[in-house]
Design a protein around this ligand. Structure first.
Ligand code: NI
Length: 432
């Protein structure tokens, strides 16, 4: 199908940092075929989107989340991490059924589309339900089954979680016209014994899958790892072979210089989760030092119970402001840098930067369209600064993924919103 977006302010996020005013984008099926100032003569669109007073940007990539945790939104707040996790979150999560996870993930996808997110990296359980949600809604995702094991005598051929992650890969990797990618999700160094992490790496090598893992989120994690193994979590994971695989490393808050060198040398992708790190008082991520080393830094919301939303505009805003404030350098993370973290860097982190993350011919048409005709955008001096510092999630009007309109003027095309809210209320009454 041919789609045309006309008269739009196009924030390409391409290498030359180009913004095209009154521009045109043509889309054939799932791909962008033209981006520029004039409409190609022979293009016959079936759908026309008028981009007047609108900005088009690459769909945002939420590079670390746990979508079903929207069910735990505002259920347990203002607590220390250990108490929050062990006394509040884990006991409730034990009660989740596959169907609960399906509807919760559906709610999360609604929230993400509403705020311009077209792709997310998820780690949780009942992941086949989330794969169904991704397939049905049309969004793009990298999915991994959360893996953990405290038993050093485990048998990798019998381990339920490893088997589930492998099956997930076999059933879903590449499905939905390639929108679904499956990775392996060893949760962290403190929830997986070393042999289990090695078994995960072996499985990743056998399948050709990437790895999504939490790294150095808290000082406690680092301290325990140093006490137990005599090395930092990053050195430990490096020695276990994790970084031989394409790795999404969530958090990376507490890093030594050697840790950062390992991240850089092994092309490990870091996901910065500013809201979650602040809310759980995990610490301040050394973004400047990592940027100086040339490490790829993407952005994530983490789960909605430690955020409490899935709004990437908040993460961009905070990412820019925290580093300026902490480092005492207002020039540090510019509006453009924050937008990069939420788009092309996210695509790189997920290993799909050849497909999404910038607007140019040949890329998949994953686009977020922002209504700029609002008081908080005028006068229009700098669209990038407006998007990072002034924009609200509610300014997102229309979203396309793989060339398909999934939300138009706020209306979902592939989701029955009433049905989702009805089911979420029912689940919440049962569990809580
Ligand atoms: Ni997380």
């Amino acid at each position: 199908m041919n789609t045309l977006i006309k008269n739009a302010t196009i924030v390409t996020m391409d290498e030359d940092n180009k913004v095209i005013q009154n521009g045109y984008i043509t889309i054939v099926d799932d791909k962008i075929t033209y981006v520029g100032k004039s409409l190609p003569e022979d293009f016959l669109p079936r759908v026309i989107i008028d981009g007047k007073h609108k900005a088009v940007l690459p769909g945002l990539v939420n590079a670390h989340t746990h979508t079903p945790m929207v069910l735990l939104r505002s259920y347990a707040d203002d607590l220390p991490l250990q108490e929050w996790l062990f006394d509040k979150i884990f006991p409730i999560e034990d009660q989740f059924t596959a169907e609960d996870v399906y509807w919760a993930s559906m709610l999360a996808v609604m929230e993400m589309l509403k705020s311009g997110t077209t792709c997310f990296a998820d780690m949780y359980f009942f992941m086949e339900e989330i794969a169904k949600v991704v397939s049905k809604t049309g969004i793009r995702a990298n999915l991994s089954r959360g893996l953990q094991c405290f038993d050093t005598d485990f048998d990798p051929k019998q381990d339920r979680r490893l088997l589930e992650n492998e099956q997930l890969f076999k059933d879903w990797d590449g499905e939905g016209n390639g929108r679904i990618k499956i990775a392996l999700g060893p949760h962290s160094v403190y929830t997986c014994v070393p042999g289990y992490i090695e078994a995960t790496v072996e499985l990743a090598q056998r399948l050709g899958a990437g790895i999504h893992i939490h790294i150095s989120e808290t000082l406690k994690e680092n301290q325990e790892c140093l006490n137990k193994y005599g090395k930092t979590p990053i050195r430990h994971l490096y020695d276990l072979g994790v970084f031989n695989m394409h790795t999404i490393g969530a958090h990376c808050v507490h890093l030594s210089d050697e840790d950062m060198d390992i991240l850089k040398e092994n092309n490990v992708n870091v996901v910065y989760n500013p809201t979650s790190n602040l809310k759980l008082a995990s610490g301040i991520t050394p973004v400047k030092r990592m940027m100086d080393k040339g490490i790829n830094i993407a952005l994530g919301t983490d789960g909605a119970s430690s955020n409490n939303n899935l709004n990437m505009f908040e993460e961009m805003h905070l990412a820019a402001l925290i580093s300026k404030g902490v480092e005492g350098e207002p020039t540090l993370i510019r509006a453009y840098d924050a937008l990069k973290m939420a788009t092309i860097n996210g695509a790189k982190a997920l290993g799909i930067d050849h497909e999404v993350g910038v607007i140019k011919p040949g890329m998949k048409a994953d686009l977020a369209i922002v209504n700029l005709n609002k008081p908080h955008f005028y006068p229009m001096h700098n669209v990038m600064a407006n998007l990072t510092y002034s924009a609200q999630a509610a300014d997102i009007e229309t979203v396309l993924v793989d060339g398909k309109i999934l939300m138009e003027k706020g209306e979902f095309k592939t989701i029955d919103a009433e049905e989702v809210i009805y089911n979420i209320k029912k689940i919440s009454e049962r569990i809580f």
